[in-house]
Design a protein around this ligand. Structure first.
Ligand code: FNR
Length: 189
């Protein structure tokens, strides 16, 4: 440690409950983790015609991901999948063929929804995508956040102690997971 965590917020909305959740996670994370947002809103639509000559926004985006030890995805569910903006960003990160910068990064997935299913279905789609891209994923704990009004304040203060404890535990588990992924375990003799 410290480990560099790049985080994606899957929503472009200024009112995003997932951005509010991201603020809570950063506040509750262990001090061994440092955070950098990987913005997705400025990327053009992915087009493989550009594989030989990526636009500067996409180059910078990929370079920022490459510098991270781990990636945290905080995303809403759109129509039982992930938002198009996030899929577009991941598609850029995965190309050109053979230059996938998500491969081998320790990853974790979390999301919030005003609905009680709490992004569970969208997260499964994201897990499939990350599996295909060769990213090791923290399998447990899972985190499906049902965002009731007032649960987390604008600045990321969690008002419900049980939720606060759960989110702190989630970030501690992610820290331990990153450490396991980055640690080279010698073969048994
Ligand atoms: C939604 N919403 C939604 N919620 C959910 O739990 N499952 C879903 O499949 C969907 N689908 C969906 C599609 C689209 C296009 C929109 C705009 C919204 C509701 C969604 O969870 C809610 O708007 C959240 O507030 C979105 O997250 P952010 O933007 O607040 O972070």
């Amino acid at each position: 440690p410290p480990y560099a965590v790049g985080y994606f917020v899957g929503s472009l909305s200024t009112q995003s409950v997932n951005r509010t959740l991201s603020r809570a996670l950063l506040r509750l994370a262990p001090s061994e983790l440092t955070f950098t947002e990987i913005p997705i809103g400025g990327l053009p639509l992915y087009n493989r015609d550009l594989d030989g000559d990526f636009p500067p926004e996409a180059r910078d985006f990929k370079a920022l991901i490459a510098r991270q030890d781990a990636l945290l995805f905080i995303t809403p569910e759109y129509n039982r999948s992930i938002p198009g903006a996030l899929k577009n960003a991941i598609d850029w990160a995965s190309r050109p063929y053979g230059e996938n910068v998500i491969a081998r990064k320790a990853t974790a997935v979390i999301g919030a929804s005003p609905g009680q299913i709490g992004t569970a279905v969208g997260q499964q789609h994201l897990r499939s995508i990350l599996s295909f891209l060769q990213a090791p994923q923290m399998n447990a704990p899972e985190a499906y956040i049902w965002m009731r009004p007032g649960l987390i304040e604008e600045d990321g203060t969690v008002t419900d102690p049980g939720t606060e404890e759960f989110l702190r535990g989630y970030m501690n588990a992610f820290f331990e997971y990153i450490e396991r992924v980055l640690t080279v375990v010698p073969p048994a003799s």
